[in-house]
Design a protein around this ligand. Structure first.
Ligand SMILES: C[S@@+](CC[C@H](N)C(=O)[O-])C[C@H]1O[C@@H](n2cnc3c(N)ncnc32)[C@H](O)[C@@H]1O
Length: 320
């Protein structure tokens, strides 16, 4: 398989969807998942009026993106934070609201490329997988300390792994002999536990387990669940929140948050929506958008993307 692509997913579509919100003097975009700054660079170069606040929990990503976006001077500000802290980030910058918030979820190609960070299963590396290597538990700690029932749940829910129980049992057995430290030993165990017929059809046997560990180590779904209402709350009238998800649980969570925010607060049995009770937000995308076959053939990461966008149409205080 080709290495991870550095091309941002749905780049033109994302910029087009943000443009109506950002095309006015003094507008501000929060790129909540700055990564290598690909989406941010496109916004900065194509929409002159906009300033970008780039958030990432990964100090290495922030350093690389800051270097790349240095030519934009004070139109770009990098912030080391977890994206559910958006309210505090804006407070610290003296901003009460912004015009766009962009989420391009998951890991970056850079994180996958740096072997020592342990995200990629193709090479033997320390079992780390923290997006912010300065804090939190590692994948090795998850494997060596979690109860078998918790390991099973994580593998089943986050990894959609059919052999979750069998794998968790084997991990518990093996760690009693010697704790896990490197990915190579885990990959070997997965080859042994996943039956050959399933291996032939289910993709690389380590893919689902690695994804599940990464989501647990970084507490990805809980953070996203908090970040959705926080970012919807942060946008001005005309402002948009744009989310690119790559996992069905992420997309479901985004969909639920967007549907809840765009619903009117009047009882469902009322035949009309009284003035002042119209919803403050509207869904810009009907359902979710996917990448085109052409983009997917150039950028395999685009295959699983689901794009959703919501826009504020009324002031927060407008609905009584
Ligand atoms: C897919 S990459 C973004 C790529 C970026 N759009 C680009 O064009 O280069 C996702 C980035 O979001 C960061 N990230 C993931 N979850 C985060 C969170 N909860 N808070 C802050 N940053 C996060 C990761 O560290 C990674 O750098």
């Amino acid at each position: 398989m080709a290495g991870p692509s550095h091309v941002p997913v749905l780049l033109d579509r994302v910029v087009a969807l943000l443009a109506p919100a950002l095309d006015r003097p003094g507008s501000v975009l929060v790129d909540a998942t700055l990564g290598l700054g690909g989406h941010s660079e496109a916004v900065l170069s194509r929409i002159d009026a906009t300033r970008v606040i780039g958030i990432d929990r990964d100090p290495q990503a922030l350093a690389l993106a800051s270097e790349r976006l240095a030519p934009y001077g004070d139109r770009f500000t990098a912030v080391h934070a977890v994206y559910d802290e958006i309210e505090d980030v804006l407070d610290d910058l003296g901003l009460s609201a912004v015009d766009g918030v962009l989420f391009d979820l998951g890991v970056s190609s850079m994180q996958l490329d740096v072997r020592e960070r342990g995200f990629a299963y193709a090479e033997d590396a320390p079992l780390d997988m923290r997006m912010d290597g300065t804090t939190g538990i590692t994948a090795a700690e998850v494997l060596n300390t979690y109860e078998a029932s918790d390991l099973t749940r994580i593998l089943r829910e986050y990894g959609e792994e059919k052999f979750a129980r069998k794998i968790a049992g084997a991990v518990v057995r093996e760690r009693a002999k010697e704790p896990f430290t490197r990915s190579g030993r885990l990959v070997e165990l997965l080859y042994a536990e996943i039956p050959a017929p399933a291996r032939r059809t289910g993709g690389h046997p380590a893919k689902r387990t690695f994804q599940a560990l990464r989501m647990e180590v970084n507490d990805e779904l809980a953070v996203l669940r908090r970040a959705m209402p926080a970012s919807i709350d942060a946008i001005n009238v005309g402002g948009r929140v744009v989310v690119e998800s790559y996992h069905s649980l992420e997309d479901r969570l985004v969909k639920q948050a967007f549907v809840a925010a765009s619903r009117s607060d009047v009882p469902v049995d009322l035949p009309f929506v009284p003035e002042g009770h119209e919803p403050a937000l509207r869904l810009v995308t009907r359902g979710s958008e996917k990448a085109s076959p052409a983009e997917i053939s150039e950028n395999p990461r685009a295959a699983s993307v689901r794009l959703r966008v919501i826009e504020r149409v009324r002031d927060k205080g407008a609905a009584a």
